[in-house]
Design a protein around this ligand. Structure first.
Ligand code: MRU
Length: 348
C-alpha cells in the first residue's frame, strides 16, 4: 500500500497479484495470476494498464511463463520462452515500456542452466519493478519544481501508482508538490472512452487528499480560456527520438489548446518510455481498440445499434507543443533530440 492507494502489482509467493483496474472505483478486486496467459490477457483487457505498469506486469508474466516450462533441454526451453515473449509482444502495441521489458527479460535468459535462467528471470522482473519505483519517485521530485504554491494543474488519463507500479508520473509530480507543502488543486479530464481520468485519477487524488475537479474532455479549452489552469502535466506511452510523444487519445488536443492559451505543457515519464529507435512520432504504432468501447459505457449503449465508431487509444503530440519532458535523469527541453539521446541512452 502506497499512501492510501492499494498496491496494484505485487509478486507474492511465486504468483502475480494484481488489482483489477477495470473494476475501479466501484470494486476493489485482487486477482492472483499463476500463468503467463492470464497475465497477457490482463494486459490486453486493461486490468493492468499504464505504460510503466504494463512493462512491470509483462516482466513478471514472462518470469511466470519461464517457471512453467517443463523440459530438460535448453534448446527446447528457449523455444518455449520465445513463445512466451511473443505473446507479450502481441498484447498492446503503443507503450514502449512493454518492449523494453521484453528485451531485458530476453537478455536475462542468456546463459546458465535452465534453473539459473528461471531464477535470473524472476530477479530481472523484480529489478525492473524496483527501477520504475525509484525512477518515478525521482522524476516526481524533479517535476514538482514546476508547480508553484496555489497552482491548478490539468491532467489527462491516469498516471499514479496504478499506472506505474511505482510512485506515479504526472500524478507523482502533483503528489510530490503537495508533500513539499504547496497548496494545489487538480482538474482531471474524464478520458473517454474508458474513463481512466474519471474512474482512476479522481479515486487516487481523493485518497491522497488532493482537491480535484472532474471535467469532461471537451471542457478543457473552456477552463484554459477562463485562466483557471496554470499548467498541464500528462504522462507518456512512448517518446520518439525527436521528442514527439504518444499518450492517451486527447493529449494532442490538450497540447494545442495549452499552446493557444500560453499555458505550459509538461510530459512526465521515466526513461524506460523513451524509444530512440524511432526518429519521430509518426512511426509510433497506435493501438486501435474495439469500437464497442466508444458505443458503450460500462456495457451500456450510448449510440444507435450498429453505428460505426473509431477507437484509436493514443495520439501523438509533436514536440513543438511540449514545454519540457521530465524524467528521473533530468529535465529535457528543446533541442529534444540532443537531451533525449543523452538521457535515453539506456533504451533501445
Ligand atoms: O490505455 P492506458 O490506460 O494504458 O493508457 C495510459 C496512458 O495513456 C497514460 O497516460 C500513460 O501510460 C502514462 S502512465 C504513467
Amino acid at each position: 500500500m502506497q499512501s492510501g492507494i492499494p498496491t496494484a502489482i505485487e509478486w507474492l509467493d511465486g504468483k502475480l497479484r494484481i488489482l483489477d483496474q477495470s473494476k475501479l472505483p466501484w470494486e476493489q478486486i485482487f486477482v492472483n495470476l499463476d500463468n503467463y496467459h492470464d497475465v497477457a490477457l490482463a494486459i490486453k483487457e486493461m486490468k493492468v494498464r499504464g505504460a510503466p505498469a504494463v512493462g512491470v506486469a509483462a516482466a513478471y508474466g514472462i518470469a511466470l511463463g519461464a517457471s512453467g516450462i517443463e523440459t530438460a533441454s535448453k534448446d527446447e526451453f528457449l523455444v518455449q520462452l520465445n513463445r512466451v515473449l511473443q505473446t507479450f509482444a502481441a498484447s498492446r502495441p503503443t507503450a514502449v515500456n512493454l518492449f523494453q521489458a521484453i528485451k531485458r527479460m530476453e537478455k536475462a535468459a542468456r546463459g546458465g542452466s535452465i534453473a539459473e535462467m528461471k531464477r535470473s528471470l524472476i530477479n530481472e522482473a523484480k529489478r525492473i519493478h524496483q527501477e520504475e519505483l525509484t525512477a518515478t519517485k525521482k522524476l516526481s521530485q524533479l517535476g514538482a519544481e514546476f508547480i508553484r504554491d496555489g497552482f491548478t494543474v490539468l491532467t489527462h488519463c491516469n498516471t499514479g501508482p496504478l499506472a506505474t507500479a511505482g510512485y506515479g508520473t504526472a500524478l507523482g509530480i502533483i503528489k510530490a508538490a503537495k508533500e513539499q507543502g504547496k497548496k494545489l488543486s487538480v482538474f482531471v479530464t474524464e478520458t473517454r472512452p474508458l474513463l481512466q481520468g474519471a474512474r482512476l485519477t479522481t479515486w487516487e487524488l481523493k485518497r491522497e487528499g488532493i482537491p480535484v475537479t472532474l471535467i469532461t474532455d471537451s471542457m478543457a479549452g473552456y477552463f484554459m480560456q477562463q485562466r483557471k489552469i496554470d499548467c498541464v502535466i500528462v504522462g507518456a506511452d512512448r517518446i520518439a527520438a525527436n521528442g514527439d510523444v504518444a499518450n492517451k487519445i486527447g493529449t494532442y488536443t490538450l497540447a494545442v489548446l495549452a499552446k493557444e492559451n500560453k499555458i505550459p505543457f509538461y510530459i512526465a515519464a521515466p526513461t524506460s518510455t523513451i524509444d530512440l529507435s524511432l526518429s519521430s512520432g509518426d512511426k509510433i504504432p497506435i493501438e486501435e481498440r474495439s469500437p464497442e468501447e466508444v458505443t458503450h459505457i460500462q456495457g451500456v449503449p450510448i449510440a444507435p445499434e450498429g453505428v460505426r465508431a473509431a477507437n484509436p487509444a493514443f495520439d501523438v503530440t509533436p514536440h513543438s507543443y511540449i514545454t519540457a519532458i521530465i524524467t528521473e535523469k533530468g529535465i529535457i527541453k528543446e533541442p529534444y533530440k540532443k537531451g533525449l539521446k543523452e538521457m535515453g541512452s539506456g533504451s533501445s
